[in-house]
Design a binder for this molecule. Structure first.
Ligand code: PGA
Length: 254
């Protein structure tokens, strides 16, 4: 069955994505009753998370935090509880303290940091009970991973514990130095990600250009897990010119 191709927008800069990402969030929290929004971590989303802090005015109409929603995220390093520096929940709540308040109120559903099948299953069940993810933000690794679904992964899979690819560990090295980057993580599966109502994937900078080209112009294949987003009918891809270098042709509107 064919699905509409992802909408691709090439922006003048990474900063230009921030208001668009906040608009996505605003539309989702307005359109749905208590929607579940799944955030992505990584440098790509830091500016957006910082800007989101300014939306934190409890109950003020028109602000994102003036609406009720639940939050979750894509993945966590094994052994990294929410207080541990370097972990994904720690990153999210540090960049955006209102998410910390949501965590305390159990309206932020953290990915388990333990490799325990029952805990991982319970997390997936909690997401389902919250109505499933309405809006999923996504980054992409230089090796084409989404969340920690590394090349070779099952494109239909659910939440699971996984090894990190060496390329992923290399890219994470600075974050953990002088300690070694983690080897294992608990991650949302590609199948889980594709279950979200809408996907918004961002990539900025020339280092991401080959992965974006493989995602949008290569085969849909486990060799590039991000290529699976082409199976989804409602995808927005936000790029800067450098990340779009491998796909820029007459078929892509500027
Ligand atoms: P980044 O990570 O935003 O730090 O580039 C994205 C990813 O690896 O998924």
């Amino acid at each position: 069955m064919s699905v509409p191709a992802p909408e691709i927008r090439i922006l003048p800069s990474a900063e230009a994505a921030v208001p668009l990402l906040l608009d996505e969030l605003r539309r989702t929290v307005t359109r749905f009753e208590r929607p579940l929004v799944s955030f992505a971590t990584g440098g790509t989303f830091t500016a957006m998370l910082r800007a989101l802090v300014r939306e934190f005015t409890v109950g003020k109409p028109g602000t994102i935090f003036g609406r009720e929603f639940s939050a979750t995220h894509l993945d966590e390093y094994a052994g990294f509880d929410p207080t541990r520096d370097g972990g994904m929940v720690h990153e999210l709540t540090t960049a955006c303290p209102p998410l910390s308040a949501m965590l305390a109120a159990e309206r932020f559903l953290p990915v388990p940091h333990v490799e325990d099948a029952a805990a991982i299953g319970r997390h997936a069940e909690r997401l389902r009970a919250a109505g499933g993810v309405k809006l999923q933000f996504l980054g992409i690794g230089r090796n084409g991973h989404i969340a920690f679904n590394e090349p070779g992964t099952d494109l239909d899979g659910g939440f699971h514990a996984t090894d990190l690819a060496e390329a992923t560990r290399r890219d994470a090295r600075a974050r953990f130095a002088p300690a070694e980057p983690p080897r294992r993580a608990i991650t949302s599966g590609v199948g889980t990600i594709l279950g979200a109502e809408r996907l918004v994937l961002c990539a900025f900078g020339s280092a991401k250009a080959p992965a974006i080209e493989a995602m949008l112009r290569g085969d849909v294949s486990p060799a590039c897990p991000a290529s699976a987003v082409r199976r989804h009918a409602d995808v927005l891809v936000l790029l800067d010119a450098a990340a779009a270098a491998g796909i820029t042709d007459e078929s892509v509107a500027p």
